[in-house]
Design a protein around this ligand. Structure first.
Ligand SMILES: Nc1ncnc2c1ncn2[C@@H]1O[C@H](COP(=O)(O)OP(=O)(O)OP(=O)(O)O)[C@@H](O)[C@H]1O
Ligand SMILES: [Mg+2]
Length: 631
């Protein structure tokens, strides 16, 4: 479908969703759909919930965040359970400013944007629909029209509690335009849009000397004073500050803690009483979710200042830490690269993963447990299953340091290093070694890294490098084995046949000659030795495998070479050991003979076809692995 058609469809859709009627018609709607009267906080919560919730172990994953926020499931769960949900139920947290606190480039703005864009869409749905007094610059809640003395009756009839009072402007309009007949006041459906300044606002402080409070609360419209005769006529006022425009929705307060105090005083009464003061008018009721963000240092200095006590008590601080999972960090980089101007450069396999390993290592805190080093911790956090560790151990590790994830290298640094290397060297492809080198070179000029941290980070670069060496060797060795999976399966089947015969004290039958054979002790040992199974332990090891096979059979599951972690490792090592010399010689020779050349071409082809290399990055890899094997 072409884009113009889509634009047209969208317009038609919006046209169809439009609704306009009198206040009394709106009340009819409310009888059927009382949820239309929900508060801003409740609408945000329902939006998040409506995207779906997945229960995993003891946690809830809110799918609303899935597409843009990676690896922060637990932080998002806390945010929903401790802020959005209770706020939706009109509990006291609703009266507080939501302050997202986290390290630089940790996704705070991304999160706020997600909420804002989400609300824009949600107000186009049945459940998220918003109705407002027609022609009101603040899209005021029509229920404010119900006079105070009738609200108790209204609540009894409709089951809806009304908060807030009719604004000075609409009070006047009811008199002048509708002759006091509130039932005739026109109501319309509104759709949130930051561009059209409906229901979504952003306040960004600039120079406090020149910035005007009008940006927040609107200002007098001098062109109309003559017409209305007085500054205190609400019709001579523009209710177009961010607080006005964000009514019923979300207001983002950027750099709130850097903001001049005079701007913040307005927030005190807005959050606590649900109203704010503009011009020379009575208080204006507003219903909006205020979200601000800050980093830890800024926050600490804010609370250290006694003058900020009142404001501080009206905030709820929610941490947005860095992601701590390697595979999720890799996804973050992929996303950032897709959105950048280097998206056409070839990035060799494992490059981003290795960069992510380094980054995650800088964010982890050392565990007090003796058997957990940072590399192990990194793997466990990423969901790898390591022998001797259970889910409970991982949960315990996470509880050891409350501030884990609040420091370390940020994703933007990594992407900046990658793109500056590509641009400076005019590369058309980049690999893990290029990136590690570039990350290392950049550490010196990174503004917020202390010397002590720098030394630690250099160690992490070496650790990530070692991890890469292992990955690279495995990749090449696998490509050398003619059809790796098949060879592994054949070797394992062969081993298992022998193990079965050994344990049952039986003989094997040669498939060709039909002759009876003893179990092949040399073959079995050559595999077991790869993982250090001693002569004394071999019987127990073999029996354990048979037990595992029969356990699998009982459950109707197929036992394959992935089913037993150690056996898989042994098989892999055995395959590689048999090949070691071939790989070593072939990859390092400067003058390959005809047969070696043929093999090299085959291996390169496998790397290209099956593993996502280009022929030049595959050749680089071969050369590198050759040098590793000859060390
Ligand atoms: N957990 C994450 N999931 C997805 N993307 C992330 C995550 N953390 C960071 N990013 C990406 O990193 C970049 C920086 O994130 P963002 O601007 O949201 O951070 P921030 O916390 O607002 O930073 P700052 O403190 O500099 O304002 C964005 O491109 C964002 O998509
Ligand atoms: Mg930001």
């Amino acid at each position: 479908m072409d884009i113009l058609k889509k634009i047209q469809d969208h317009r038609e859709q919006e046209e169809e969703l439009k609704w306009e009627g009198t206040f009394s018609e709106y009340l009819e709607l409310l009888k059927e759909r009382p949820y239309l009267a929900q508060s801003a906080h409740s609408r945000v919560y329902n939006m998040i919930k409506s995207a779906g919730v997945v229960e995993e172990h003891d946690h809830k994953r809110y799918k609303f965040f899935d597409e843009d926020i990676y690896g922060l499931d637990e932080a998002m769960e806390k945010l929903v359970e401790e802020y959005f949900h209770p706020a939706a139920r009109r509990l006291d947290v609703r009266k507080r400013i939501l302050l997202l606190m986290g390290p630089v480039s940790g996704g705070k703005s991304t999160l706020v944007n997600l909420l804002k864009r989400g609300m824009e869409q949600y107000t186009h749905t049945e459940e998220g629909a918003v109705f407002a007094i027609k022609g009101c610059p603040m899209h005021e809640d029509p229920l404010h029209l119900v006079p105070n003395h009738l609200r108790k009756d209204f609540e009894e009839e409709y089951g809806i509690r009304i908060e807030g009072s009719l604004s000075p402007l609409n009070t006047m309009r009811v008199e002048t335009e509708y002759g006091g007949r509130i039932e005739d006041v026109l109501v319309e459906r509104v759709f949130f849009s930051e561009d059209k300044r409906t229901g979504i606002g952003t306040f960004s402080p600039s120079d406090p000397k020149s910035q005007d409070i009008a940006d927040l609360t609107g200002s007098i419209d001098f062109s109309t004073i003559a017409q209305y005769g007085s500054e205190s006529d609400p019709r001579a006022y523009r209710f177009d500050g961010e607080l006005n425009k964000a009514n019923r929705g979300i207001m983002e307060f950027q750099e709130m803690l850097k903001c001049d105090e005079k701007f913040l005083w307005h927030l005190l009464s807005l959050t606590q009483e649900g109203n704010f003061k503009a011009g020379r008018f009575a208080l204006i009721s507003a219903d909006e979710l205020i979200v601000a963000h800050t980093n830890e240092a800024e926050y600490r200095s804010f609370i250290a200042n006694k003058k900020n006590e009142a404001l501080h008590s009206r905030m709820i601080v929610m941490p947005v830490p860095y992601n701590l999972k390697v595979s999720q960090e890799e996804r973050i980089y992929e996303k950032m690269i897709r959105e950048s101007d280097i998206k056409n450069v070839h990035i060799a396999p494992h490059t981003l993963r290795v960069a992510a390993m380094f980054t995650i290592l800088t964010r982890l805190k050392e565990s007090k447990k003796a058997n957990v080093d940072v590399l192990k911790k990194m793997r466990l956090y990423d969901g790898e299953i390591l022998e001797g560790f259970s889910d409970v151990d991982v949960e315990e590790l996470k509880k050891e340091h409350a501030d884990e994830g609040m420091s370390g290298i940020d994703p933007r640094y990594v992407i900046n290093r990658i793109s500056s290397t590509i641009i400076k060297k005019e590369l058309t492809s980049i690999n893990a070694l290029d990136v590690l080198r570039s990350l290392k070179d950049g550490l010196g000029s990174h503004a917020s890294i202390s010397n002590e941290d720098k030394d630690r980070y250099l160690d992490f670069i070496s650790l990530a490098r070692k991890e890469y060496d292992e990955i690279a060797k495995k990749e090449v060795q696998k490509a050398f084995v003619y059809s790796y999976e098949e060879s592994a399966v054949t070797l394992m089947d062969n081993y298992l046949d022998n193990v079965e015969a050994y344990c049952n004290k039986a003989k094997l039958r040669d498939p060709l000659t039909g002759e009876e054979l003893n179990p092949d002790e040399r073959l079995m040992r050559s595999i077991e030795e790869q993982i250090g199974v001693s002569e004394n332990a071999k019987k127990a090891f073999r029996e354990e495998i048979l037990i595992r096979i029969s356990a699998y059979a009982r459950k109707g599951k197929k036992f394959d070479y992935q089913s037993h972690e150690r056996l898989r490792e042994a098989i892999q090592k055995k395959l590689f050991a048999d090949l070691k010399d071939v790989v070593k010689i072939t990859t390092s020779t400067k003058t390959p003979d005809e047969q070696q050349l043929k093999k090299i071409n085959e291996v390169v082809a496998t790397l290209v076809d099956e593993h996502g290399y280009t022929s030049s990055s595959a050749n680089e890899l071969l050369k590198y692995v050759g040098s590793l094997l000859n060390r």
